[in-house]
Design a protein around this ligand. Structure first.
Ligand SMILES: Cc1cc2nc3c(=O)[nH]c(=O)nc-3n(C[C@H](O)[C@H](O)[C@H](O)COP(=O)(O)OP(=O)(O)OC[C@H]3O[C@@H](n4cnc5c(N)ncnc54)[C@H](O)[C@@H]3O)c2cc1C
Ligand code: SF4
Length: 481
């Protein structure tokens, strides 16, 4: 076995104890190891075909997992791929980045009986990666072109899944996006070490070859209003995600070198894609040699700490106001971060940022957990007199995201939103209160998961198709009369 392969095996998730602490590599294999054919077969054949597919029930896409595991175990990979792709527009993406411990794998009967889950995500990735290699993944071939067109705002997973499904039925689809590259958070949010960017670019290219038009650097609200876009298309889908970063307004918040998570992650992803990024190139957003403090305990915070360590930061601390058990992110992500040498400072909250022009420390308070609040979670309370300072050259704020003010941004004040600022839809028809305007993904759910965005995009496509069929039937009967 080559040295490279040995490293992969050491890092394999199946062997966590053998993993090399602090080892940093830069691609997906660092997490899952080289998922070779024999491993895929061995893992797939561990599925007991239990007859009660809890894994399938807990997959938001209802993927037919037992069937594709059986086919993989039998070496019938092409058939396994056909089944897998029939319910999922991006199986290779989900296989890589779904929090499987909370979804399919966490509910695997073998896991529940204490024997360790079948590694469903890795197998899903393996099947689809093989399909790409063998040329089984094909663009959509439309049998009958339809005249009706749909404008999709946002090229993240929700927009892309919806576009592909509508194109399969023959509709004309245009995706508008304010970024220069398609993919939404798949391209600029999620780090390269979790999801390599060529995986996203390859999908986008496939959609282009399917006849879907992409209009980049196009911001709805600035380049056209929602109503202007509506004039151009028979239906609209809003799939704009949530991007307003929550902030902490404490003393020293305006010091230099304090950044929101997305600014840090986007810079890093752009560098990975070969872009010039002024603030990274001049060292400001590069963690190399710095004492980095990340504030927050969710998955985005884990991405920031793990990106910092890969950029060769001097030290990386993650401060979170509750304890480990109450962290909102995936347990697996936290475990990965700990193994890579990140220091977690639980039950700690920032009190002020200290520095002269540029931050040089975060003053923090120790916290304790009090009585449960209205959400049922124990409320963190400050321990009086517990202040101390943590040295910091770069502070990254990762406190979650809220929706932007879409009605205002889109010049469509009538568009209904919820008390949280997400777009309100009829849960059955997925339509907003505006006729022919649908919405899906994070902008409806709030910050969620890629797999849910894909699910929403597929559901929206089904509902848009129903709406358009009804519309064209109505038009025909008006003409006939
Ligand atoms: C750092 C980070 C890491 C994550 N890691 C994971 C993970 O490991 N696993 C997982 O399942 N989920 C993860 N998520 C969550 C996941 O990325 C999102 O749930 C998912 O991308 C939402 O898809 P979406 O299509 O609704 O929106 P997005 O992916 O956000 O796409 C929305 C698109 O709309 C565009 N847009 C917005 N406003 C306009 C406008 N006015 N005009 C034109 N275009 C506009 C944006 O440019 C963007 O391209 C992560 C999120 C973040 C922030
Ligand atoms: S899409 Fe996600 S939840 Fe569903 S089978 Fe794949 S990894 Fe599991």
């Amino acid at each position: 076995m080559s040295k490279k392969m040995l490293k992969f095996v050491n890092l394999n998730k199946q062997n966590p104890k053998k993993r090399i602490v602090g080892e940093r590599k830069t691609d997906f294999n660092e997490i899952y190891g080289e998922f070779i054919k024999d491993k895929a077969k061995e893992q797939s054949s561990r599925c007991s075909q239990c007859g009660v597919p809890f894994c399938q029930i807990h997959c938001p896409l209802g993927n037919n997992i037992p069937d594709w595991l059986k086919l993989t175990a039998e070496g019938r990979l092409k058939e396994a791929y056909e089944i897998s792709q029939s319910t999922n527009n991006m199986p290779e993406v989900c296989g890589r980045i779904c929090p499987q411990d909370r979804l399919c794998e966490g509910n695997c009967v073998i896991e529940q009986s204490g024997h360790g889950t079948v590694t469903i995500g890795s197998i899903e990735k393996y099947i689809t990666d093989t399909a790409w290699e063998k040329g089984w993944v094909k663009s959509v071939k439309v049998k009958r072109e339809l005249k009706q067109s749909i404008g999709i705002i946002g090229s993240g997973p929700a927009g892309m899944a919806c576009a592909e499904e509508l194109r399969k039925s023959g509709y004309q689809v245009t995706i508008y996006d304010r970024y220069d590259r398609p993919g939404g958070l798949l391209i600029y949010g999620i780090p390269n070490f979790k999801l390599e960017k060529f995986i996203v670019e390859r999908r986008t290219q496939l959609l282009k070859e399917s006849g879907i038009k992409f209009v980049q650097n196009f911001e709805v609200g600035k380049d056209k209003t929602l109503y202007e876009l509506k004039e151009k298309h028979d239906a609209i889908l809003i799939a704009t995600g949530v991007y307003k970063a929550r902030d902490i307004n404490i003393s020293g918040h305006d010091l230099q070198n304090i950044f929101p998570a997305m600014e840090f992650l986007t810079a890093s992803n752009r560098k990975g894609l070969g872009d010039k990024v002024k603030l990274f190139d001049d060292g400001t957003l590069d963690a190399k040699g710095k004492n980095v403090v990340v504030i927050g305990g969710g998955d985005t915070a884990m991405d920031c700490v793990r990106t910092s360590i890969r950029q060769k930061a001097k030290s990386v601390k993650c401060i979170y106001r509750r304890d480990r058990e109450n962290m909102p992110g995936s347990t697996r992500e936290v475990e990965n971060a700990i193994e890579e040498g990140i220091e977690f400072v639980w039950l700690t909250n920032p009190k002020s940022f200290i520095g002269d022009k540029t931050v040089n420390a975060v003053e923090v308070n120790k916290m304790k957990l009090g009585l449960p609040d209205s959400s049922g979670r124990r409320k963190p309370e400050v321990e009086i007199g517990s202040e101390y300072k943590i040295p910091a050259d770069l502070v990254i704020k990762s406190l979650g995201f809220d929706p932007e003010n879409i009605p205002k941004l889109f010049n469509a004040e009538e568009l209904s939103i919820s008390q949280w600022g997400t777009i309100k839809i009829n849960l059955k028809s997925m339509q907003t209160n505006l006729d022919g305007v649908f919405a899906a993904g994070d902008i409806v759910r709030g910050a969620s998961l890629v797999v849910w965005a894909i699910r929403d995009g597929r559901d929206a496509a089904e509902q848009i198709e129903k709406y358009l069929q009804l519309k064209s039937n109505k038009d025909k009967s008006i003409k006939a009369a």
